[in-house]
Write a protein that binds this ligand. Sequence first.
Ligand code: PNS
Length: 163
Amino acid sequence: MKIGIYPGSFDPVTKGHLDIIRRSSKMVDVLIVAVLKNNSKSPLFSVEERVSMLKEVTKDISNVQIDSFSGLLVDYARKNNASIIVRGLRAVTDFEYELQMSQTNRIMDSDVDTIFLTTSLEYAYLSSSTVKEVAMYGGDVSKFVPEYVADKINDKIKTLNIS
Ligand code: PNS
């Protein structure tokens, strides 16, 4: 059984993330999409909200599970018998950070390999931060995130009263 982990902040999940989830889920028996807890970045959504949005937008993909984790990714991978870490690469600017992370992880646990999927061109520009910025200034984010997530972003911004 080949188990893969797609880790990230997912604050919130974008169409770019979903593209990586769909494609990588075909390469493994089970794909665990894992939201990092205790991230130093100040998030728009709580971990529970991010997990819940991910569950909703991936509910049609049968071998995808949504979870959250804290601590080292390699420890979480080992605990879940995962041998593959999936990451998306959008542009060359992602490369240095991703290389550093995958090499660090590999030194810590040589049984876990990171595979990189190049993001589909239509999403190559997309990031959760850009989506949040567009939304905060009242822009339409429905091109960037699933409709369900767009509604959640708009609700959140209304409750924060920052639009
Ligand atoms: O979506 P992000 O914020 O780019 O995801 C980063 C993530 C969650 C993959 C990374 O921060 C991570 O794996 N954190 C867990 C801590 C860890 O294992 N660090 C060592 C690798 S450098």
